[in-house]
Design a protein around this ligand. Structure first.
Ligand SMILES: *Cc1c(COP(=O)(O)O)cnc(C)c1O
Length: 497
C-alpha cells in the first residue's frame, strides 16, 4: 500500500514513512492511494474476533509492512483490558428510543482520542525502526483539549521519543487542563498558548515544514513527528471502531446482514468522521455520514451552502471545546478523494485557504460529497437541552460533544424522515465536562478542582472514571503560558528536555 501527499502525488512513501514523519514536506497530508475492500469472508473473520483482533485486522489492510503478529501484539498492548475497563473496548449502547451510541471514551484519558493514541506509540516506534531512523522523535501536538492528554499518556516515557503539547489557555475545560498539567514523565512538556487551536495547529504545520528548524533539530540528533490526526497513524486505528460497531450490531441481532446504518459524528478537525467515510469506502454498509458542529459551524456552511469553505467568521468558545476549530485539517483528505485524487486542485484550494481564508469546490465535488454527507450544528443552549432530555427520557448521561451530535441528528431526521438505524459517536465521558453537564441538569458546580467529579456523581449517580478520579492530589507540573507568536521559540524547550 502506497501513500501520497494530498498536494503532490509524486511524493510517495510507505506506511512506515508516513507515520514516522506525520506530515508531508510540502504541507500535504499522506493518503492511501486506494481503499482495500472488506469482503464477505473478511466480515465473517471480523465477527469472530474481539476488538483487539478487529483493530489489528483493519490496520493490516493499510499497514502492509507490518506483520499480523506485530499488529496483534500492538493491539493487545494498546487495548489491554485494564486500560479500557474490560474487554468491551468500544461498546455500542442502545437507548430505549432505539438509537445506538458508540462509546469511544472508555480508555485511560476518557475521550475517543485514546482509541488511536494508545496505538500510535507502538506504530510510531516500529515505523522509526523500519525506516532505519535513529534520531529522537520529537512529537509536537496541538490540542483543543483531549488530544493533548491522550498523546501525553500514550508517549510518556516511551524510549526514543519526546512530546510537547500546546493547548489554548482559555479554550479547554478545567478537567482537561488538570489532566495535562499534572502529566508525569521525563520526556513530556506542556505549554499553554494565548491563542486558539487553529493558531497552534497552523504554527505547528509551519514548524513541521520549515527546513531551518528541521536542520537545527537534526544537528541535535532529533526529528519531528505529529500525533494529531494529520498523521495517518492516528487516523487508521479509528477506522476499526466503525467496522467493529457494525459487527457488534450484527452479532447481537440489532441489524441484519448488509443493512445500512447512518453515522453521526461530533466534529472538529474532521478526523473521526473521515475515518467513518473511509470505512464506508471499504464497503461498510453506510447510508449517510452526518457531520455535527457546535457554534463554530464552518463545516455546516461548507456542506450545506454551496461548497464554500470560509474561515472569515468569529471564533466562539463553547461548552464543547474540543470542537472549537475553524480550520478542519482532515477535510483536505476528503477533498483529495472526492476530486479523484486531484493533487493539483487540492494544492490550489489549500493555497487559497492559507492566503485568503477561503476556497470553493467545483460542482461535481459538491455532488459527490452530498451523496455521502449531511451536516448540521447546535449552540450551547441546544446542547444543554439535549443533555437534559437524554437524561430524563432515555436515562443516558451524555457529554457536551456527544449531545451536539444527538441534537443535530434529531434535526436531520425531522428534515429528512430518514429511518435508517443510526450510530451516534460518543466522544468523551461527561465527567470531563462536569460544569456544563451539571448546569444542563439544573445544578451549578462552583469548583474547578477534582471536587466537580463528586458533584456530578452525586447529581447523576454515574460512576467517576478511574483516570479522572486518580487526578486527586496530583500537583501541577507545567504553568508556562506563551503568546502564539512565540510558539516557534518553545521548540528549544523540547530540544533541551
Ligand atoms: C477531538 C474531539 C472531537 C472532534 O473530533 P475530530 O476528529 O477532531 O473531528 C469531538 N469530541 C471530542 C470529545 C473530542 O475530543
Amino acid at each position: 500500500m502506497e501513500y501520497v501527499s494530498s498536494r503532490n502525488k509524486n511524493l510517495r512513501v510507505s506506511a512506515a514513512q508516513a507515520i514516522a514523519t506525520g506530515i508531508s514536506p510540502d504541507g500535504g497530508l499522506y493518503c492511501p492511494t486506494s481503499f482495500p475492500q472488506l469482503t464477505h469472508a473478511d466480515f465473517q473473520t471480523l465477527l469472530s474476533l474481539d476488538y483487539k483482533g478487529r483493530a489489528a485486522f483493519i490496520l493490516g489492510k493499510y499497514l502492509t509492512e507490518f506483520s499480523a503478529e506485530e499488529l496483534n501484539d500492538f493491539a493487545q498492548k494498546a487495548y489491554a483490558d485494564e486500560k479500557f475497563g474490560g474487554a468491551d473496548t468500544a461498546p455500542v449502547v442502545t437507548l430505549p428510543d432505539g438509537r445506538h451510541v458508540l462509546e469511544l471514551w472508555h480508555g485511560p484519558t476518557c475521550a475517543f482520542k485514546d482509541m488511536a493514541l494508545q496505538m500510535l506509540p507502538h506504530l510510531l516506534t516500529a515505523s522509526l525502526r523500519k525506516t532505519g531512523e535513529t534520531r529522537t522523535c520529537c512529537i509536537l501536538v496541538a490540542t483543543s483539549g483531549d488530544t493533548g492528554k491522550a498523546a501525553l499518556e500514550g508517549f510518556a516515557d516511551v524510549p526514543g521519543t519526546k512530546i510537547m503539547v500546546y493547548y489554548p489557555v482559555d479554550g479547554v475545560s478545567p478537567m482537561q487542563k488538570l489532566q495535562m498539567v499534572t502529566q508525569q514523565g521525563e520526556n513530556v512538556e506542556v505549554v499553554a498558548i494565548e491563542g486558539n487551536f487553529d493558531d497552534a495547529q497552523s504554527a505547528l504545520k509551519r514548524i513541521f515544514t520549515d527546513k531551518s528548524v528541521a536542520q537545527k533539530l537534526d544537528e541535535n540528533g532529533m526529528m519531528f513527528s505529529s500525533a494529531n490526526s494529520i498523521n495517518w497513524g492516528r487516523l487508521a486505528p479509528q477506522i476499526a471502531y466503525y467496522v467493529s460497531a457494525y459487527c457488534d450490531l450484527l452479532s447481537s441481532g440489532r441489524i441484519k446482514h448488509g443493512e445500512k446504518i447512518n453515522i453521526c459524528v461530533p466534529t472538529g478537525n474532521f478526523g473521526n468522521i473521515l475515518a467513518a467515510y473511509i470505512a464506508k469506502q471499504m464497503g461498510l454498509p453506510v447510508n449517510k455520514l452526518i457531520c455535527a458542529s457546535n457554534a463554530n459551524n464552518v463545516l455546516t456552511d461548507f456542506f450545506k451552502c454551496g461548497g464554500v469553505y470560509n474561515c472569515d467568521r468569529p471564533f466562539y468558545l463553547t461548552d464543547s471545546p474540543s470542537m472549537d476549530i475553524k480550520i478542519s485539517s482532515n477535510l483536505e483528505r476528503l477533498l483529495f478523494y472526492v476530486s479523484g485524487q486531484n493533487d493539483v486542485l487540492v494544492r490550489e484550494m489549500m493555497d487559497s485557504l492559507a492566503k485568503t481564508g477561503r476556497y470553493e469546490i467545483p460542482a461535481e465535488m459538491r455532488e459527490k460529497i452530498a451523496a455521502d454527507f449531511d451536516a448540521g450544528w447546535c449552540d450551547d443552549k441546544g446542547t444543554a437541552e439535549t443533555i437534559r432530555t437524554l437524561f430524563e427520557q432515555q436515562d443516558y448521561l451524555s457529554d457536551t460533544h456527544t449531545a451536539v451530535a444527538f441534537r443535530v441528528y434529531e434535526e436531520y431526521q425531522k428534515a429528512t424522515g430518514d429511518t435508517t438505524p443510526v450510530v451516534i459517536a460518543s466522544t468523551a465521558s461527561p465527567f470531563k465536562f462536569c460544569k456544563p453537564v451539571a448546569a444542563a441538569l439544573g445544578k451549578q458546580i462552583e469548583t474547578d478542582g477534582v471536587g466537580q467529579l463528586d458533584a456530578l456523581h452525586a447529581l447523576t449517580g454515574r460512576e467517576i472514571p478511574k483516570g479522572l478520579a486518580s487526578l486527586a492530589g496530583k500537583q501541577p507540573r507545567f504553568d508556562r503560558v506563551v503568546p502564539k507568536e512565540d510558539i516557534l521559540d518553545t521548540v528549544d524547550l523540547l530540544v533541551n528536555l
